[in-house]
Design a protein. Structure first.
Length: 535
């Protein structure tokens, strides 16, 4: 492989094609303006490989035949991102020059108005048929001399006449040959290739117009096991392709200039600042939900996902910090949308009811208190990713015996790592927290060389009350963010964080993992002290 292609990161390289020979250094390019076409003109570069991201960008490899004369002109010019455009050859051919230029060729078009047709036939002998009474007689025959605004000048056997254009209904040339077309020089932007040998030219670039959207179905098979089914929706607004083994990329590649067009193809200058473009991130899942037809509710099989579709046999591949899901033999026309099942995996799971209580203090060390009323308690599924592939960030819909029981955001989860999915709020479990001030030392910290108070040292006591109104025992996870120094935490796990250089208080997270029987209540106590701005 030529050294010139080495700057293309491994994660952008397409599937290997036969014997690529790259063009080499930029000094080998020869820029020559040609106003005529040598060799063939290629109007289409066939897509032979595509690796797509979730945000509408894809690494696309196109291919087309080399003309036997060694001169090939590509009139199809994609919108490539700067720095990602590379040309190479397949089949033993060698590239000599590559030139982006404008070709001029004659074109003919029909004239679009009566005035244009009259102007094109000045000097010819014409018979002009008028509407009745418009010119005093049904027609006038003579040599058309001139056109001036709304009037024409025509020479008849009896002399020259000035007539209006408005009344003309029919034009008949004496020689039967009416001029109704015009010729012009059409400019076409092409990329010209000069080559030696036989083969094909391929071009690789980052383009916009095709993306994939992930989605997950989480089927609760019973109280202990679930199945995760991964799907991909491909939206193709780029070009048509057939029977391609496409790759679907998840990760955050560093391509900050993806939104800047390649000047070699676009012709735009690059002497201004390059515009940054965001890249990576999760795609938006479509609003439509998957459904299943059924004769009767009691006839639904517990394994709802079994009827979705057969998963892909191809496995994914890790390249650097990106992961490439693979799906074989995809055919889509421009404008098509495709629905594909990537993989499925079963895993044991636990149901956990979780509540996260916010910090009572602002970053400016001002006490704001806790929200009124009970906190949100989420029915959360905990399971391990046993698929052997990462789970990319996407919306996951939970099913139980064919019914949708909830939906949440499944965050990126590596293979063999633990995942959590919040599927719905639990109204049968009540979690409410209150805090009260126990002591306050006014002006514990004063302004420099002053008696003016800056911070008060305050001790706070908190109580979290939990009640289980379900008919079964539940496992809970209660988390509380704290700004200050923990004095009492009871059975909570305390995770402390270092105090910032300009912060007067440390931070900590308290986590309780109680089990609560049906109909029972529980109180969790904690206390802490912190510096609050003096009022």
């Amino acid at each position: 492989m030529n050294l010139a292609i080495a700057c293309i990161s491994a994660f952008l390289a397409p599937a290997p094609l036969a014997n690529p020979s790259l063009i080499g250094a930029l000094s080998q390019f020869e820029f020559v303006k040609n106003d005529f076409v040598k060799g063939s003109v290629v109007n289409e570069a066939k897509i032979v490989d595509v690796a797509m991201f979730k945000n509408g960008y894809a690494v696309v490899t196109r291919q087309f035949d080399i003309d036997e004369t060694g001169n090939t002109n590509l009139s199809y010019i994609p919108q490539s991102s700067i720095g990602t455009l590379w040309f190479s050859t397949v089949g033993g051919a060698q590239l000599k020059t590559v030139t982006a230029t404008t070709l001029k060729r004659p074109e003919t078009t029909n004239l679009g108005s009566l005035e244009q047709i009259l102007a094109a036939n000045v000097g010819k002998v014409l018979q002009l048929d008028y509407r009745q009474g418009e010119a005093g007689h049904p027609f006038v025959k003579g040599k058309l001399l001139a056109i001036n605004g709304d009037f024409i000048v025509i020479e008849t056997p009896t002399g020259q006449q000035v007539l209006t254009k408005a009344g003309i209904q029919k034009i008949t040339p004496e020689d039967g040959k009416l001029v109704f077309t015009t010729s012009y020089q059409a400019a076409t932007r092409v990329v010209q290739f000069t080559t030696t040998g036989k083969g094909k030219i391929q071009m690789l670039s980052l383009e916009r117009g095709i993306s994939w959207t992930p989605g997950y179905a989480v089927e609760l098979l019973d109280d202990k096991e679930l199945k995760v089914v991964s799907k991909a929706t491909i939206s193709n607004d780029l070009d048509s392709f057939e029977n391609l083994d496409v790759r679907l990329i998840t990760g955050f590649p560093n391509l900050p200039w993806a939104g800047v067009l390649e000047p070699f193809l676009s012709g735009s200058p690059t002497n201004g600042p390059l515009l940054g473009a965001g890249f990576g991130g999760g795609g938006q899942a479509p609003a439509a939900m998957m459904t299943q037809n059924r004769m009767a509710k009691e006839a639904v099989m517990a394994d709802f996902s079994a009827g979705m579709a057969a998963p892909s046999d191809a496995s994914g591949e890790q390249k650097e910090d990106l992961f490439f899901y693979k799906y074989p033999k995809v055919s889509l026309k421009a404008g098509d949308r495709g629905y594909y099942i990537l993989f499925e995996a079963k895993s044991p799971y636990k149901t956990l009811f979780t509540a996260d209580l916010p910090d009572s203090t602002t970053p400016e060390s001002t006490y704001r208190g806790l929200p009124d009323g009970p906190a949100d308690v989420w029915n959360t599924l905990q399971f391990r990713n046993t698929s052997g592939q990462p789970l990319t960030t996407s919306i996951a819909t939970a099913f139980s015996k064919g019914d949708i029981v909830g939906q949440g955001m499944l965050n990126y989860t590596p293979a063999n790592a633990d995942a959590e999915l919040q599927i719905n709020k639990s109204l049968d479990i009540r979690v409410e927290a209150t805090e009260e001030e126990v002591t306050r030392e006014r002006g514990a910290i004063k302004y420099f060389n002053s008696e003016q108070p800056l911070y008060d040292l305050v001790t706070l006591k908190g109580v979290i009350e939990i009640r289980n109104d379900k008919t079964k025992e539940v496992k809970l996870r209660i988390r509380k963010q704290i700004t200050g120094e923990i004095l009492e935490a009871g059975t909570a796990d305390v995770a402390k964080t270092a105090k910032g250089l300009k912060a007067v208080n440390p931070n900590a997270t308290l986590t309780w993992n109680p089990t609560l029987s049906p109909g029972k209540s529980l109180k969790l106590n904690y206390s802490y002290k912190l510096y609050l701005r003096s009022s």
